[in-house]
Design a protein around this ligand. Sequence first.
Ligand code: NAP
Ligand code: COA
Length: 281
Amino acid sequence: MNAPIEAAQSRNDGTERRPRIFCDNLLGGRIALITGGSSGIGLGIARLYAELGATVVILGRREERLASAIDQLSGEMPDAELVALAVDVRNHLAIRDSVNGVIQRFGRLDILINNAAGNFHCPTEDLSENAWRTVIDIDLHGTFNCCQAALAGLKASAHGGRIMNITVPQALSGWPGSAHAASAKAGVLSLTRSLAVEWGGYGIRVNNVLPGPIAGTEGLKRLYEDRGTAVHEMKRMALGSFGLVDDIANACAFLASPGGDFVTGCDFMVDGGRWLKRGWV
Ligand code: NAP
Ligand code: COA
């Protein structure tokens, strides 16, 4: 029944868009920092945010990937205000200084998206201590580093600061073969809930966004396609298809908008029903 959908999805290179659902300039005047904004889901969020009028700062390790993302976005939107920051989220002091530079330059930070992450398939019995530590360091420590560095800027937001942490549904279910990533993201889920309460008094909303498998991304490629498990994974999707980058970007735009004013500490599942169906196949 799903064969045509599977064929269509396997051709998707990550560039397919959803129809535009938000009004013009929805995020006008916002300064948004997106970690891991040079590719995949992070780049998709950066694109939609820029389309909706935000000034977008993308952060990643590799300058050439950041430059290529900025070229791509400015080619599509010549008037967009875009900034690149080459820094590793694991480096607490470098993150503090870089994020502080953004806050000094713009006088505030309105939105932080913690999207940078590392993952690969490896059974736990084969995982080296450094492999485990590396993923925990990027996903969990990196998210902590960015949240703490952003706090002063988020407090100064006239819109009520927003943090969206990109996690994964397997943080709730466990993830055989990716215990390192599931554990790190479970830590992020909990950090989100703690900060939603600790920083609610500053008007800062802190939420998790939990994507299912997203077509055309590195995550889908290395965790499913390269291992030949993409078709099986597709069968776990209640809606019969993988998501698009825009599905996650749309969720992040809603949460950053006035629509998200009364939403904090939530797990926003955007997974095509994989979470519910996975145990039935
Ligand atoms: P991706 O294309 O591989 O993007 C990862 C981004 O993070 C890149 O910009 C990368 O740039 C940056 N990055 C990696 N390590 C970093 C570090 N230590 N410091 C700073 N930046 C770093 O990934 P994706 O597939 O779009 O996934 C994005 C997010 O969605 C992740 O949080 C992932 O767990 C989550 N997610 C993805 C899927 C999916 O289907 N793809 C499903 C569920 C959840 P550099 O390499 O240049 O640093
Ligand atoms: N299987 C098992 N172990 C692996 C591995 C794999 N596929 N890939 C890396 N490792 C191990 C390395 O061997 C090393 O351990 P060791 O020192 O005991 O040999 C450890 O992980 C760190 O690897 P290294 O390459 O030095 O780390 P890095 O900091 O340069 O890169 C990664 C971090 C490994 C997470 C890398 O895959 C990455 O940069 N990922 C970002 C993109 C991504 O993961 N996207 C998908 C998001 S869903």
